[in-house]
Design a protein around this ligand. Structure first.
Ligand code: PLP
Length: 220
């Protein structure tokens, strides 16, 4: 085992130790070379997160392993949906009906059902993507009146403000979890929140899936 491989295995083990059993750990491997992803896979980490369509598609083809669960965690452009639909286990950051329709269309063509999360804007920074409360409501209503055939909404995803103020971060995660509980039609499974710097707060606030990159693979 290389030194880097044992470092990754150690970090994964220590995070898993602090993670409640029913919380999914997604190791965010974006920008990292396939050698490091292989190290994580060897350590039993099969949920991997990428935020660029092309990079995710290339890595999925490289490994060609049906047991890997690829998570598309970043902002997604409509014209890139086609690239990832065949590979994605879960698409995290969906924030428009247009995007949902494209995912549905491409999923039908690929003869599969895609699982997605709707992104709620919870941070103070205005540049972060995501729906506001009324946009989320409207989107859910549109799904009632015009359901999708090949796309399944599994829950919500959010990113907290990038700040050392843990009270602020906790408040934002709490809001996401509250919306998850309030709007949950009883079928949602996943409340995706928490990254390297704030995942412990996210767990305390009811996250069911954390997306951790640099704390596993090192700084990007
Ligand atoms: C990069 C990224 C992460 C992981 O960030 P780290 O701080 O490295 O853990 C999580 N979620 C999203 C949406 C990201 O783009």
């Amino acid at each position: 085992m290389t030194q880097e491989a044992s470092l990754i295995a150690d970090r994964l083990a220590s995070i898993r130790m602090d993670l409640p059993k029913d919380v999914t750990l997604v190791a965010v491997s974006k920008t990292k070379p396939v050698e490091l992803l292989a190290d994580a896979l060897s350590a039993g980490q099969l949920d991997l997160g990428e935020n660029r369509t092309q990079e995710m598609a290339e890595k999925a083809v490289h490994f060609a392993r049906p047991d890997i669960r690829w998570h598309h965690i970043g902002h997604l452009q409509t014209n890139k949906v086609k690239q990832i639909v065949p590979h994605a286990h879960l698409i995290h950051a969906v924030d428009s009906r247009r995007l949902l329709d494209e995912i549905d269309k491409r999923s039908r063509t690929a003869n599969r059902v895609s699982s997605v999360l709707l992104q709620l804007h919870i941070a103070q920074e205005s540049e972060k993507h995501g729906l506001d409360d009324s946009g989320l409501m409207a989107l859910l209503e549109s799904l009632e009146t015009h359901p999708l055939s090949h796309t399944k909404v599994e829950g919500l995803m959010g990113m907290a403000t990038f700040t050392d103020d843990s009270t602020q971060v906790a408040k934002e995660f709490k809001r996401l979890r509250q919306q998850f509980d309030a709007l949950n039609p009883g079928r949602w499974t996943t409340c995706s929140m928490g990254m390297s710097g704030d995942w412990k707060i996210a767990i305390d606030e009811g996250s069911t899936l954390v997306r951790i990159g640099s704390a596993i693979f090192g700084q990007r």
